[in-house]
Write a protein that binds this ligand. Structure first.
Ligand code: ADP
Length: 608
């Protein structure tokens, strides 16, 4: 119940007011009592003088009365009464609260007084009375005027000793006045307390409203922020500490929102990266189960990795404990093959302790390895292709140098071989250079618009003589309606020349070579068919590879380098076209070239 700030405030106010009133009340009541007692004894002193030996004038006159010879005790007592009555005003005598008694000095018996004997006998024998009686018994005049703030009365006993007897003048005040005063004061304090409590309750409600309402608004705001809702700021309605707190809270919420947005952006970036990266990434928990994985991993391994654990996936390559025992940033690497792919595996622990685990990165190196293989094969091929003519040149040159009596015609034939081998090497080096330029993109294509038909005609005219030399029949089977195309004319003619040249080379003399051409959609095509030796099925895929030749001896014999079709494919691809063998019935070979009529990019540039 008292947990809310509101109730606590009310309770504090109530306790404060109550304790304050209690202290003030107690202080006031004690002060009043003390004042009253002091007042009583001052009055007594002013009438009777200071304590023994009593020397006040009034006491002396009382003693004189007691000295009168021949008077009876009752007579003297009467006289004394009269004298005290005369001082009643000074002594503050009052029938209800303050009375005087004239007593026998020796026995303490009631002789006369402002109250009757009965009321005197109801009084207890007080220390002051005893002091006065003892003083008379001892023949001295000691006044009993000691006071006690806790007593329920105040009194003073004055011994009067004379020739005719001893008396005690005893003044007794029952403190009813002060008690009544205190009761009234108490009543006032209680009333004031009640009013004070009421006011304090109202005040504390008011105070708590002004303090607690902004705190409640802050609490609501904090709850909204905790739930991720940053849409509202809390209104600042004061410039006090709570106002400053509200402003600070709004600032904090805005910074928090910015930070969260930045973190979210970073996470999105990382998620996108993780999702689309070509390397496979998979994180394992400390028990070896899969925590996260990107699609590339499952693709590379050819299975859904989330259904497996570390041991099933990479346990054979590197044990899990070995990876976990590494200290960051150390890592271990391995290699595995899956579905014909060669994968490099990198493993590293990503954190220490129980929350840690292992991060695995898979890198597909199949293409890289294949490239390396191709590169090695290429270098071996180049060396081989160059070594053969070089060996020939060297051996014929040595023979010419070492033999003196070689007939002239033999010398000439040796020199012819040397020249032809040198040409061959030049041819190979030129082809390699062309390929290298095409590979590195340094070979610029001079794109122009030219009639496709004219290009084919000019190539056919160029090879006509060679065809005739081999008694081939060259059939041109294309109409006059071929369009203009965009391309590097001389390079495309080189491609056509190579394909028709091959048909001539690889067809036994007297064969038929047919050149067809036409349009399909946005492309033109050209087909070169021969009825020559053909290409076996197993070699068909590879004849566009560098240095690949079906029959090496025959190719070399006819001056081929094994690079012609590779160059042709590179050129056609740079024109966004295609070159391939077509399946057909019967012997011979058909090569089909397809080229776009327009080259999108280059023509845009031309028009620009
Ligand atoms: P080459 O300089 O040896 O002719 P190419 O790259 O032009 O090199 O051709 C590669 C290989 O493809 C040739 O060696 C040959 O074995 C085969 N080839 C190409 N065209 C034909 C064809 N029309 N008939 C038979 N084989 C061919």
């Amino acid at each position: 119940m008292f947990r809310s700030l509101h109730m606590k405030l009310v309770l504090i106010m109530l306790l404060l007011i109550t304790s304050l009133m209690a202290i003030v009340g107690a202080f006031l009541m004690t002060s009043i009592t003390s004042f009253y007692i002091d007042e009583f004894y001052q009055q007594m002193e002013s009438v009777f003088g200071d304590s023994s030996p009593s020397s006040g004038a009034f006491v002396s006159s009382l003693r004189q009365e007691a000295d009168q010879a021949g008077s009876t005790q009752a007579g003297i007592a009467q006289q004394l009464q009269n004298m005290i009555e005369a001082k009643a005003g000074d002594l503050g005598l009052n029938a209800q609260t303050r009375n005087y008694y004239v007593l026998d000095g020796h026995t303490g018996q009631y002789l006369t007084g402002s109250a009757d004997q009965e009321s005197f006998e109801r009084l207890q024998t007080t220390p002051n009375l005893l002091t006065a009686r003892n003083s008379i018994a001892a023949g001295t005049d000691i006044v009993g005027d000691s006071s006690d703030i806790t007593a329920r009365y105040m009194d003073v006993a004055i011994p009067i000793t004379g020739e005719s007897g001893s008396f005690i003048i005893y003044i007794y005040d029952n403190r009813d006045t002060v008690s009544e005063l205190n009761s009234q004061l108490f009543l006032i304090i209680v009333q004031a307390l009640l009013v004070g409590l009421l006011i304090s309750v109202l005040l504390s409600f008011l105070l708590s409203k002004t303090m607690i309402t902004p705190i409640e608004r802050l609490t609501e705001g904090a709850e909204r922020v905790a739930a991720g809702d940053f849409s509202n700021t809390i209104a600042v309605e004061s410039s006090d500490e709570i106002g400053i707190l509200t402003t600070t809270f709004n600032d904090m919420a805005s910074v928090l929102q910015d930070t969260l947005e930045a973190v979210e952006n970073e996470r999105n970036k990382l998620d996108t990266l993780f999702l689309h990266m070509t390397d496979g990434v998979v994180a394992f928990a400390s028990d070896g189960s899969v925590l996260h994985s990107n699609p590339a991993v499952s693709q590379m391994l050819g299975k859904e990795v989330n259904f497996y654990d570390y041991d099933a996936l990479f346990g054979q390559q590197i044990p899990f404990d070995q990876v976990m025992s590494l200290q960051r940033p150390d890592f271990v690497s391995g290699e595995l093959t899956a579905g014909g792919r060669i994968l490099e595996l990198y493993l590293a622990p990503f954190s220490d302790g129980e929350d840690g685990g292992v991060m695995a990165v898979l890198h597909d190196v199949t293409a890289q390895r294949k490239n390396e293989e191709m590169r090695k094969e290429f270098v071996a091929n180049v060396s081989h292709e160059l070594r053969t003519p070089l060996t020939n040149v060297r051996s014929y040159a040595e023979t010419l140098r070492d033999s003196e009596d070689i007939p002239r015609d033999m010398t000439n034939s040796f020199l012819d071989i040397i020249i032809s081998e040198t040409d061959r090497m030049t041819h190979i080096v030129q082809d390699l250079l062309t390929l290298s330029r095409l590979d590195s993109g340094r070979a610029d294509m001079k794109m122009v618009r030219f009639p496709f038909r004219e290009a084919i005609d000019s190539v056919c005219r160029a090879v006509d003589l060679e065809a005739k030399r081999h008694q081939h029949t060259l059939i041109r089977n294309y109409g006059p309606t071929l369009p203009m195309i965009t391309g590097d004319r001389s390079r495309l003619e080189q491609v056509m020349m190579n394909v028709i040249g091959n048909a001539i080379k690889y067809t036994p003399d007297g064969g038929t070579i047919q050149v067809d051409a036409g349009i399909t959609g946005k492309n033109v095509w050209m087909e070169v068919s021969d009825n020559g030796i053909g290409i076996p099925k197993q070699d068909r895929e590879r004849i566009f590879d560098r240095f690949y030749r079906v029959d090496k001896a025959r190719s070399r014999e006819s001056g081929g380098t094994g690079l012609g079709l590779s160059i042709a494919r590179e050129i056609v691809m740079r024109h966004n076209g295609s070159i391939a063998l077509t399946d057909h019935d019967g012997p011979g070979t058909t090569v089909r070239i397809v080229l776009p009529i327009r080259q999108e990019v280059s023509e845009e540039a031309e028009h620009a």
